[in-house]
Design a protein around this ligand. Structure first.
Ligand code: ADP
Ligand code: ASP
Ligand code: MG
Length: 453
């Protein structure tokens, strides 16, 4: 059985018209397994409702949950009106019942959060996952109105994780076992529709895989069923040379390697969750990124080996970064200095994006958060600390080693009078990182893209 795993993101799930398009795309496959995100904006609104409840603003939080309910009821009503079917009344009632139950659960979680006066990571995950819980059920029901044999499958039964809320780690062994049941569903002629982004811990609590986590759900399932392809259907025609929202001349890449795509996602390209490629890579499954609204366009194919003869393949950027410079009290850095620095980072589970060292200091670039103030205090034991905020990180991916000199020359020419905080290049990984002021990031990215691509 050749299975295709298809994932549709928030914009693909925006309204009744896009739901129809999603279902029409699914019809083209013999054995599709479908993963869907929450409808556009829903996850953000859910988190906001949780935060409001924690601040004691329960009324406002409940207004959000009501608006989420109304929006989903309207999508279903509009869908059924445009796609008349004898079962419509039945479908509409079952959708309304399901949404009502989920919203009532959400309201209970919000009330609990208000009483606690804080939004715990566990509650945040339970609340944030409601969007996918609702959208996956409703889409499967709407499929019935098109005479499709769509069947909702609860993600908690399949995506087993640890209990690291907000960024849970999948239990691959259990996921592989649980995915066996999907093949039975497919063999009986049904199309499973599963909510992305969330799963379940050993304690049976809801966990999430991090923002944009539905991509990861898709590849975990794709790996488990040894899919023929994993297809990420979104609102752009593939992975572009850079974020097309900010760089209008950016072009979709025909092909790229798992490695380069992972680096791109990790360094800020929102089009993929950074862990997406791992399960695919392990089984050598090609991943396609395709445009929902232009399905005829080829999109990007991501595979193990992909070579190119360009100076540089793509560029990512990340806003809201900070740099921390720790200078050793002694003038020559002892060998334990870096260990001490990274031990503090490890304690807070903070990942570093770029590093630069001198004989007695280290500068690290990482995502900004409130934690960094505390971190600065902890570093005082190791050395004197300077924390600088409002930085941006720009990353060139897939740099040709032979072009390193040419690239750096062109970058310095482009930067002109823009002050540079940090620069690093790895020949092995073909990555070039630049840290500059946040406010100059987009303009600099546009200039560099013009010059290098
Ligand atoms: P979905 O809801 O389908 O998951 P996302 O909004 O998460 O969609 O991801 C698609 C968006 O990612 C695009 O609309 C685009 O703005 C953004 N993006 C950022 N970097 C890139 C890139 N290099 N290539 C393509 N899209 C990118
Ligand atoms: N709905 C979640 C988010 O907004 C997961 C996803 O869309 O991939 O991050
Ligand atoms: Mg996404």
């Amino acid at each position: 059985m050749e299975i295709n795993v298809l994932k549709f993101g928030g914009t693909s799930m925006a309204d009744h018209q896009t739901w129809k398009q999603v279902l029409e795309i699914i019809k083209n496959y013999e054995y599709p397994v479908v993963i869907v995100s929450a409808t556009a904006r829903t996850t953000r609104q859910l988190v906001e409702a949780g935060q409001l409840a924690a601040q004691g603003k329960l009324k406002q939080a409940h207004e959000i949950s009501e608006s989420i309910k109304d929006r989903h009821n309207k999508i279903v009503a509009d869908f059924l009106e445009e796609n008349p079917h004898k079962k419509n009344k039945l479908i509409k009632d079952s959708c309304a019942r399901n949404t009502e139950a989920k919203i009532s659960k959400l309201n209970k979680l919000l009330t609990y959060t208000e009483r606690q006066g804080t939004l715990s990571p566990q509650m945040k995950d339970a609340i944030a996952s409601i969007g996918e819980q609702i959208s996956s059920y409703l889409l499967a029901q709407c499929g019935l109105a098109l005479d499709m044999m769509t069947q909702h499958i609860e993600a908690r039964k399949i995506i087993k994780t640890d209990a690291e809320y907000g960024k849970a780690n999948p239990n691959i062994l259990q996921i592989n076992q649980r995915c066996g049941s999907l093949e039975t569903v497919l063999e009986s002629g049904f199309t499973p529709i599963i909510g992305g982004f969330y799963g379940e811990s050993p304690q049976k609590t809801i966990t999430t895989l991090g923002f944009e986590g539905s991509d990861y759900t898709a590849s975990l399932i794709g790996g488990a069923v040894n899919a023929k392809t994993i297809e990420i259907w979104t609102d752009v025609s593939g992975v572009y040379t850079s974020d097309p929202r900010f760089i209008p001349e950016a072009k979709p890449l025909k092909e790229m390697s798992y490695f380069d795509a992972t680096e791109m996602a990790y360094f800020g390209a929102k089009v993929l969750h950074p862990s997406t490629l791992k399960p695919a890579q392990e089984r050598n499954i090609p991943v396609f990124v395709k445009n929902m609204f232009k399905p005829e366009e080829p999109g990007t194919k991501i595979i193990r080996e992909s070579t190119h003869d360009l100076d540089v393949l793509a560029m990512s950027f990340k806003q809201n970064m900070a740099t921390l410079t720790i200078s050793a009290y002694e003038t020559v850095m002892g060998y334990s200095f870096l260990t001490k620095v990274f031990t503090v980072l490890e304690r807070h589970r903070l990942a570093v994006d770029a590093v630069n060292t001198t004989e007695a200091s280290v500068t690290i670039a990482l995502s900004d958060s409130e934690l960094l103030d505390q971190l600065s205090k902890e570093f005082i034991e190791v050395g004197s600390v300077t924390l600088e905020r409002d930085k941006g990180l720009l990353t060139l991916i897939g740099c040709s080693v032979n072009s390193a000199k040419k690239l750096t020359n062109q970058i310095f020419e482009t930067l002109d009078n823009i002050p540079l905080d940090l620069i690093s290049f790895s020949k092995e990984k073909r990555i070039l990182n630049l840290v500059i002021k946040n406010e100059q990031l987009i303009e600099t990215a546009q200039r560099i893209h013009k010059k290098l691509f």
